[in-house]
Design a protein around this ligand. Structure first.
Ligand SMILES: C[S@@+](CC[C@H](N)C(=O)[O-])C[C@H]1O[C@@H](n2cnc3c(N)ncnc32)[C@H](O)[C@@H]1O
Length: 147
């Protein structure tokens, strides 16, 4: 099981809380670019008995994490080009990362081709829908792509 999960663009911190509810026992770092969402996340976590196990950090993309810190990086609910930019800018920090869990709200093809271009491969893929829109959840692992 992963030891450190990083949720980039956590907003309300629902994803990290759900991980804990499902029995994740490792460390979770939840980041966001903006102070408003982080403040909201802080309130949500304070109200939850498990909330103290989630560390909040403010910053752009992967900037708030150390190189090699994340076993798993989740980026959900952002546009595909934003996701690619975050990964490209922080790519050097993914040296120990075993999985990327990506949920692009649009431009899904950009994400697929970016992953392929850097030599990561899709190991799992699911589709979900909300309010009539269809979204992908892409899980990628390093190696065996086309880079
Ligand atoms: C639509 S919310 C998604 C929230 C959550 N991840 C989800 O899937 O429900 C997008 C969040 O990402 C944050 N965000 C956007 N660009 C970002 C970036 N480059 N780095 C960090 N956070 C970012 C926004 O401030 C916002 O809180």
């Amino acid at each position: 099981m992963a030891k450190v999960v990083v949720d980039v663009g956590t907003d309300h911190a629902r994803l990290p809380l759900e991980l804990l509810r499902r029995g994740f026992t490792g460390r979770i770092v939840a980041t966001d670019l903006r102070s408003g969402p982080l403040e909201q996340a802080r309130r949500t976590l304070r109200a939850d008995p498990a909330g103290g196990r989630i560390e909040l950090r403010r910053g752009r993309g992967l900037e708030p994490i150390e190189s090699g810190e994340a076993d798993v990086v989740c980026i959900a609910g952002l546009g595909g080009s934003n996701i690619c930019e975050i990964l490209a800018q922080g790519f050097g920090k993914l040296v120990r990362t075993r999985r990327l869990v990506l949920n692009p709200l649009r431009d899904e093809r950009l994400v697929r081709s970016w992953l392929c271009g850097v030599g990561w491969r899709l190991v799992e893929e699911r589709r979900t829908s909300e309010r009539g829109y269809d979204y992908a959840i892409l899980v990628a692992a390093p190696g065996d792509g086309e880079a």
